[in-house]
Design a binder for this molecule. Structure first.
Ligand SMILES: [Cu+2]
Length: 286
């Protein structure tokens, strides 16, 4: 998991570096050197675990390099040091095997506990099914009869075209904005089911500490409970073809009241659309 998170940090840094190289750095969020703490209990736990492991590594690094530098300086040849003339010491070999092993086992305990917690999708309040497409996302609110596609925002799409004379700094959240964000309520345990319609994609939103592969023929699941209303952005994190870089993710977390109002608006829009289709079918039949 730490490797996965570190990979995430490295990827975000590389993406930011690549975008800066392309002259659009200012359109991107500021360059970060660490993962975000995020906005859910799990993301904060992941961050704390990451920092705890980081400081363990710093302590080991300081000890090992400290001992090395001390030995090199203190027992240098020019100061008259005489090398010891022995090899194979069973006691030392046992100690330098047992200590790293114990450190690894101790590090595994909190990591395994958190992984189990992240995997527990039971007792969720609602379920949203995500389907990856080349190159957009589809969201299906299984309990609410709401579904829609979420694709790159029109202004970003226009600006990215070859030869487009559009100032990228003028585009709102260039390449990180969509036409229809996935809207969720805060304070609710939301279970996500994720699959793909074509190739492997990956739904990655670092503020939620979520990075889950969307695999055709498989259904993966994860959950989140967002504490703070706001807009959280992510990207597809699995190289999925030509437009892999153009299928961002936007999660809009609303208060339960605002979420209910959004849901009502979706239902009303759907009813109106159905009425229009029925009306057109009737007119055609006459
Ligand atoms: Cu993708």
């Amino acid at each position: 998991m730490i490797c996965m998170r570190m990979r995430g940090v490295m990827e975000s840094t590389l993406v930011a570096a690549a975008m800066t190289g392309a002259g659009i750095g200012s359109a991107h969020a500021g360059l970060r050197y660490n993962m975000p703490e995020g906005v859910s209990e799990i993301s904060r736990s992941v961050y704390s675990l990451h920092m705890a492991m980081f400081w363990v590594c710093v302590a080991i690094g300081a000890l090992v390099f400290g001992a090395m530098i001390y030995s090199i300086v203190r027992f240098r040849k020019s100061a008259g040091a005489q090398p010891a003339n022995f090899h194979e010491n069973t006691a030392i070999e046992l100690i330098w095997t047992a200590i790293p092993f114990a450190i690894l086992v101790i590090m595994t305990i909190p990591a395994a506990g958190l992984l189990i917690k992240m995997d527990d999708t039971s007792q969720s309040d609602m379920t949203i099914k995500i389907t990856g497409y080349q190159w957009k996302w589809h969201y299906d609110y299984l309990d609410q009869d709401v579904s829609f596609f979420s694709a790159l925002a029109q202004d970003s799409n226009a600006a990215r075209q070859l030869g487009a004379q559009i100032d990228l700094k003028s585009v709102d959240h260039y390449l990180l904005n969509v036409d229809h964000p996935v809207v969720v309520p805060v304070g609710k345990k939301i279970r996500f089911l994720i699959t793909s319609n074509d190739v492997i994609h990956s739904w990655w939103v670092s503020d939620l500490a979520v990075k889950k592969d969307a695999i055709p023929g498989f259904i993966n699941e994860f959950w989140t409970r967002i504490d703070v209303p706001g807009i959280y952005r992510g990207q597809c994190a699995e190289l999925c073809g030509r437009d892999h870089g153009f299928m961002p993710i936007v999660v809009e977390a609303k208060t339960p009241e605002d979420y209910a109002a959004w849901l009502d608006a979706q239902h009303a829009a759907k009813a109106q659309q159905t009425a229009m289709v029925n009306g057109a079918a009737l007119a055609a039949a006459r």
